[in-house]
Design a protein around this ligand. Structure first.
Ligand code: HEM
Length: 397
């Protein structure tokens, strides 16, 4: 795999700080928009907005069936919808999309608010805490368990195994990735068996919606792929909110004026959130593979060579977002950001992601008078980008 004859343009394994990837990405966008790294067996990286958005929208020329993330995660099975191209991919999205309707989101608002308050209260009472380790690692799992109607023991199992899986992926430890992925498969099987035995309303329960789904010929979805899909969904929406809440807290701790403005004018929070999603895109990128040879910015890309679509770079591209490295509350074209991807695989969970981020931010600002950084930031690693430990000092409101 890869092109050993090619000189690398950047070192994907170089140590990073929270801020250091962005100047490198800016330089690559200017100098080398289709960059080459020899890390992890070699891969291409699309850095510019135009190239990334076109590739994400073109499932015919760029498949997700070979590899959907760089570095490649140890294989434990094909999991829809992420590992499938349309039309095979379509029935899974048809089943899942309605579970993120605005009515469903409205019904989850109060319980998610309660979760946010419960998780933040001890940090605020103590006047200090790690917004990632003590808060945002827990919030998305509890929100997910609520959305998925998981029983307490399944939610507890997911908290432990899901975290171990993510740690193994970040450290690129193949054996641990496989072992934890198989545990997640076992959990998916249990959830499926429980729903078969005691069905819930398929308009309110993702597993039952998948059980009720039919393919284009009217047949039920195959058992192994149903399990694969539940297994996929179990971890896909958990780490992004964890990392992004950390990044937002850092930004607001560094910019006290913005922190006070959002506290005084909470109606601006949803707009600010979109800009935070652009500026601190938590999934650095997802991968595709070319289905036919292609030339892009003078680089020869061959089929089966992985291509990272670097959403975190595309979202700061000056050609698309003027002053792309800076926070700007009233960006006219903010709706075009790629934090949730584009095309067939665009995140179905965006409404749930936005809801929990908004409520978390509202509670954090409402229940504090101010907060500051109170220790070293620990950045996360590929495939995410952002913070994984952010110690704060917090003054109660
Ligand atoms: C801040 C929160 C989130 C962000 C930034 C995010 C981002 C993304 C991105 C960029 C993709 C596209 C992957 C690609 O291009 O290959 C994606 C896919 C997906 N996301 Fe999210 N996500 C978030 C939250 C969630 C939540 C809460 C859920 C579910 C509970 C979820 C479920 C999914 C699923 C199932 C896919 C696969 C879709 C497909 O392949 O068709 N996400 N997400």
């Amino acid at each position: 795999m890869g092109e050993p004859r090619l000189r690398p343009d950047f070192d994907a394994l170089a140590p990073e700080t929270f801020d250091s990837p962005y100047p490198l990405y800016r330089e690559l966008r200017a100098r080398c928009p289709v960059a080459r790294s020899d890390a992890w067996g070699g891969f291409w990286a699309f850095m510019r907005y135009e190239d990334v958005s076109q590739a994400a929208a073109d499932a015919k020329r760029f498949t997700t069936t070979v590899q959907n993330v760089v570095p490649k995660v140890a294989f434990t099975g094909r999991r829809p919808p992420l590992h499938f191209d349309p039309p095979e991919h379509t029935p899974y999205r048809r089943a899942l999309n309605p579970l993120f309707s605005s009515e469903r989101m409205q019904s989850l608002e109060e319980p998610i608010l309660a979760i946010s308050q419960r998780l933040l209260a001890p940090l605020i009472a103590q006047g200090r805490g790690d917004i990632c380790l003590d808060f945002s690692t827990h919030l998305p799992i509890q929100v997910f368990a609520l959305w998925m109607n998981l029983e307490d023991r399944d939610a507890a199992a997911l908290a432990t195994v899901g975290r171990a899986f993510n740690v193994a992926v970040q450290a690129n430890l193949d054996e641990q990735v496989k072992a934890t992925s198989l545990q997640l498969y076992a959990l998916a099987r249990e959830v499926l068996a429980r729903r078969r035995a005691e069905p819930l309303d398929p308009t309110l329960d993702p597993t039952c919606a998948l059980l009720a789904a039919r393919d284009d010929q009217g047949r039920p979805l195959p058992e192994d792929l149903l399990i694969g899909c539940i297994r996929q969904v179990l971890v896909v929406g958990i780490i992004a909110p964890t990392v992004l809440i950390g990044s937002i807290a850092i930004h607001l701790a560094r910019d006290q004026a913005l922190q006070q403005r959002l506290r005084a004018e909470p109606h601006l929070i949803p707009t600010a959130l979109e800009e935070f999603l652009r500026l601190y895109t938590p999934y650095r990128g997802f991968a595709r593979t070319a289905t036919a040879p292609m030339v892009c910015h003078g680089r020869d890309i061959r089929p089966r060579e992985p291509i990272a679509l670097v959403y975190a770079s595309a979202n700061r591209d000056e050609a698309q977002f003027a002053g792309g490295d800076c926070f700007q509350l009233d960006r006219p074209n903010i709706a075009q950001h790629l934090a949730f991807g584009r095309g067939a695989h665009r995140c179905p969970g965006a409404p749930l992601g936005r809801l929990q981020l908004r409520l978390a931010l509202e509670v954090l600002l409402r229940d504090t008078r101010r907060f500051h950084l109170a220790g070293p930031i620990v950045p996360t690693r590929c495939p995410e980008i952002g913070a994984r430990s952010v110690p704060l000092s917090l003054e109660p409101a």
